[in-house]
Each structure stands twice: as structure tokens, then as C-alpha cells.
Design a protein around this ligand. Structure first.
Ligand code: NAD
Length: 485
């Protein structure tokens, strides 16, 4: 199996690799070097229609394939991902700009876990039965939805792509999937892995292209019965506008502006270490990063001093260097957006305590897109900097006097994805966890993930939940059968 990055990426349709029908390509750029190193198919509705046709043709066979057989194939995919960890991690880093050690430890490791988790899950998946004493028995069938669409973003490319595809396939659906056009390489390499693992033709189809040109064709097509989308709130709204009147099932995992609430009684060292990670991991390009840090007044000065000093020391460098803590920003467009958000924060009266600038590296990365970890103070909760998602290495710090004020600040956001609470007082942690309007709450930790738990957000962070039984329920239709006795 050859898992090296090709010059020209291909779509994976009906079990084979093919160029887009219009023959057009998009440049694929390594953001750490600025080099155009491959080309991505700029597919359109005609490729999407072919993919949907292939998926429809495969559905009767795949939906009736015994769960144990699906389990075996998905497990083989997981094993092949593990066997090719180094090649996949390098491809992810070259596409996305994240440190290679992070790609290995987090992104690719999680992609194989996703397949293994849902392969095993489908072997244990069961449905309810409701007895009406001696009158009747009801039982619920959970049948695959049909052909489903999976659309994912660039920040955790293979990790989030497989987080959708694995449960969809495990539940017996056929899939038309589109990775982000900004980071297509590992999705392409997954096509090769699926062929090697013996996934039957048409069960998974991967079509590459832009959101407007290719993603929207998947969303609008009547042959697609459910859409699992992760990406921006802007695109999520557009997808809901088109898909809701067609009564498609929708799972939308969208943006965040997550509060990180720090009380004076926290475990200081652990909080400090973890808060650096929750602020700047993956250059702050994780939907779960805590971008609004709220600190109890009595420790504000101490926090400010130590956090700023440590943020300044984070090594921004070549993603291939093991010593780099921060890699490149994913694309020129996003790099410009993050810098414009920093400029806006200054206009709004923010005081930049650390960072705030682009970083110019030398050698291989002299044309790369790097930004210093940035800490800003002095902004109120309602300004744009504290209300809008930046999705980069930029955090703000604010102080609070008491629990009520902490909660008020935490909930002053249109988003509600995750929140982190730092306190040694269990009662307080429970109280706050119950009142913060977010779908995921971490107490004295961050990004500790159990794949069985419901994953998703409140408010503008989306609708629906991924993970565990929630994902398998999303990708199946319940059908109640009532038998009178
Ligand atoms: P994006 O919305 O621009 O794109 C995401 C995907 O959707 C891409 O594949 C894109 O091509 C496609 N797309 C764009 N417009 C579309 C349309 N109209 N119809 C169909 N498909 C369309 O997001 P992005 O910039 O790639 O990713 C960053 C965003 O993703 C951030 O807002 C981040 O918070 C969010 N995100 C959320 C989660 C979560 O679990 N909630 C996880 C990761 C990222």
C-alpha cells in the first residue's frame, strides 16, 4: 500500500479513485512552508451525483451485511491506520501545519480509535422493548437511515472526518463524505486504506471540493437522508436553511467561545499547565479551546503574571521539529482573519500582554504562516472580541468577584459548546456545572474524552450530539412495532 502524498488527489467513488469530472483542481498548500505541494479535485454536483448513485447501489447489500462482518471490516481499517501512523501523521502536518508530534499523538491515534470504537459499538447496539402487560408488546427496530452526508472541517482533519464516517458505516448506512478542501490529504489516504481493508465498493464515497461547489450539492440532494456536519456556525446555518425544509436528519457541531473559569482554590500547577494547553493547543484551532479565561479577583494578578510569562515562552516553530509547541496557522485566509481579530481587539481597547504578531521563521519555514500565542486583557464581556469566535492562538482574560459574576460572564455568549471549571470545592463545581449553558463541562481537566459520552453544544454551537449511542441513534431510524397479544 502506497501512502505517500500524490501530486493530484483523487475522489473515491464506487470503490475506485478518479479525477473530478470537470477536471478542475484547487491548490493544496503546506501552511508551514507556503509551498503548493499537491492539487485537490474541485468537484461539483456531477461528482456528487455519481457518488450518491454508487452509495444507493451499495445500500441494499451493506445495510443487510451482518453487524459482525461490518465490525471486522471497520476494525481492519482501524488497524491499517495504526500500521501507517507515521505516513498519516506526516500528511496531516504538511496539510494543516500542526506539530508532527501532535498529529501522531492526537489526530491519527484518535482516527483509529473512532473506527475501533464504533466497530465494537455496533456489536453491542440494541433497541428498546415496551411491554403492555398482557395486552401487547412493542419493540423498536433501529434501521440504517440510507445514504448519508458527512462534512468536516480542517482543524482536526482525519480525527473529525472518521468521527462521523465510522458510526455511519457501523450502523449500516452508505456515505458520501467531504473533507475540508483546506486539508484533504488524509481523507484521500483513507480511501486507499478502505480499499485495502476490503470495504465494498460504493459503501463509502469521498468527494473533494469546496463548500459552495461540492458540500452544498451533498446537502441539497434529495438522495441524502441525513447530514452530519462539523464546521462554522455560518455554514451550519446555511445547511440548516436548505436541509430542514427537506426534513433531513441533522447533526450540526458548530463554533465555540468557551469560558475557562478559574477559582482561587484550584490546584494551581495543574490549572496553569492545562490552561496553556486549552488556550493554545493546535494553535488555538480546536472548537473546545477555552478562549475566554475568567479568573477570581484574588488570584488575577498572580495568574496574569505567570500565564503571560509562560505563553511568551511557548516555542513557535517548524511543525516537523519535536521542540515546537506551536505550529503554523492553517491557511493564509485564516492567518489574515486571526491577525484582523487581534487588530480589532486593540481598537476595542484591549491591552495585548503577550504576542499579538506574526512570527517570521527562517529556513524551510520562511514563508510559513505563524502567529505568536496572544493574551489580551481589559475588554468587557460584550465586545466583539469576547463574543465572536477567533479560532486561533488568542485568549482574553477577565476577572470576577464571586460565583454569580463568574456564571454571568460564562453565559454571556451566543455559543455553548464547552466550559472548564477549576476549583477543589466539589459542591461549587457541581453547582456551576449545572448552570453553565454548555454541552460539555470539564472540571479540573480539559479535553479528557470518553467516546461514549454525548458530544455537542447548546445555542449557536449546534444541534444534536455525537459520540456513543447518540451517534448510532442519529444514524438509524427508530421504528416501533406493536403486537397485540
Ligand atoms: P467551515 O464551515 O468553513 O467548513 C467546514 C466544512 O464545511 C468544509 O468541508 C467546507 O468545505 C464545508 N462547507 C462550507 N460551507 C458549506 C456549505 N454551505 N454547504 C456545505 N458544506 C459547506 O468551517 P472550517 O473553517 O473548516 O472549520 C472551523 C470551524 O469549525 C470553527 O467554527 C470551529 O469552531 C468549528 N468546529 C466545530 C467543532 C465541534 O465539534 N463543534 C469541531 C471542530 C471545528
Amino acid at each position: 500500500m502506497n501512502l505517500t502524498a500524490p501530486q493530484h488527489i483523487a475522489n473515491y467513488i464506487a470503490g475506485s479513485l478518479q479525477a473530478s469530472l470537470n477536471g478542475k483542481y484547487i491548490d493544496n498548500i503546506n501552511p508551514a512552508t507556503g509551498e503548493i505541494y499537491s492539487h485537490t479535485p474541485d468537484s461539483d454536483i456531477s461528482d456528487v451525483e455519481e457518488a450518491i448513485g454508487a452509495a444507493r447501489a451499495a445500500f441494499p447489500m451493506w445495510s443487510t451485511t451482518p453487524a459482525e462482518e461490518r465490525f471486522k471490516i471497520l476494525n481492519r481499517i482501524a488497524q491499517l491506520i495504526d500500521d501507517n501512523l507515521d505516513a498519516l501523521a506526516l500528511a496531516e502536518t504538511n496539510d494543516n501545519g500542526k506539530p508532527l508530534w501532535l498529529s501522531k499523538r492526537v489526530d491519527i491515534a484518535r482516527a483509529s480509535s473512532n473506527f475501533r470504537f464504533f466497530a465494537t459499538g455496533i456489536m453491542h447496539f440494541s433497541a428498546e422493548s415496551h411491554s403492555m402487560e398482557d395486552k401487547a408488546i412493542n419493540y423498536t427496530l433501529r434501521q440504517p437511515v440510507g445514504v448519508v452526508g458527512c462534512i468536516s472541517p480542517w482543524n482536526l482533519p482525519l480525527y473529525l472526518f472518521t468521527w462521523k464516517i465510522a458510526p455511519a458505516l457501523a450502523a449500516g448506512n452508505c456515505v458520501v463524505a467531504k473533507p475540508s478542501e483546506v486539508t484533504p490529504m488524509t481523507a484521500y489516504l483513507l480511501s486507499i486504506i478502505c480499499m485495502e481493508a476490503g470495504l465494498p465498493a460504493g459503501v463509502l464515497n469521498i468527494v473533494h471540493g469546496t463548500g459552495p461547489g461540492c458540500g452544498s450539492a451533498i446537502v441539497a440532494h434529495p438522495g441524502i437522508k441525513a447530514i452530519s456536519f462539523t464546521g462554522s456556525t455560518r455554514a451550519g446555518k446555511e445547511i440548516a436553511r436548505i436541509a430542514a425544509p427537506m426534513f433531513k436528519k441533522l447533526s450540526l457541531e458548530l463554533g465555540g467561545k468557551n469560558p475557562n473559569i478559574i477559582f482561587a482554590d484550584c490546584d494551581w500547577d495543574k490549572m496553569m499547565r492545562t490552561t496553556l494547553q486549552s488556550s493554545f493547543s493546535n494553535q488555538g484551532q480546536i472548537c473546545l479551546c477555552g478562549s475566554r479565561i475568567l479568573i477570581e479577583e484574588s488570584i488575577y494578578e498572580k495568574f496574569r503574571h505567570e500565564f503571560v510569562a509562560r505563553a511568551k515562552k511557548l516555542n513557535v516553530g517548524d511543525p516537523l521539529d519535536d521542540n515546537s509547541r506551536q505550529g503554523a496557522i492553517v491557511s493564509k485566509m485564516h492567518f489574515d482573519k486571526v491577525l484582523s481579530c487581534i487588530a480589532l481587539a486593540k481598537e476595542e481597547g484591549g491591552n495585548v500582554l503577550a504576542g499579538g504578531n506574526a512570527v517570521k521563521l527562517t529556513g524551510r519555514c520562511e514563508n510559513g504562516l505563524f502567529i505568536e500565542p496572544t493574551v489580551i486583557e481589559g475588554l468587557g464581556p460584550h465586545c466583539r472580541t469576547n463574543m465572536e469566535e477567533i479560532f486561533g492562538p488568542v485568549v482574553t482574560i477577565q476577572s470576577f468577584k464571586n460565583e454569580d459574576e463568574a456564571l454571568q460572564l460564562a453565559n454571556t455568549s451566543d455559543y455553548g459548546l464547552s466550559a472548564t471549571i477549576w476549583t477543589q470545592d466539589v459542591s461549587r463545581a457541581n453547582r456551576i456545572a449545572g448552570k453553565v449553558n454548555s454541552g460539555i463541562i470539564w472540571v479540573n481537566c480539559w479535553l479528557l474524552r470518553d467516546l461514549r459520552t454525548p458530544f455537542g453544544g447548546f445555542k449557536s454551537s449546534g444541534i444534536g450530539r455525537e459520540g456513543g449511542w447518540d451517534a448510532l441513534k442519529f444514524f438509524t431510524e427508530p421504528k416501533n412495532v406493536c403486537i397485540e397479544l
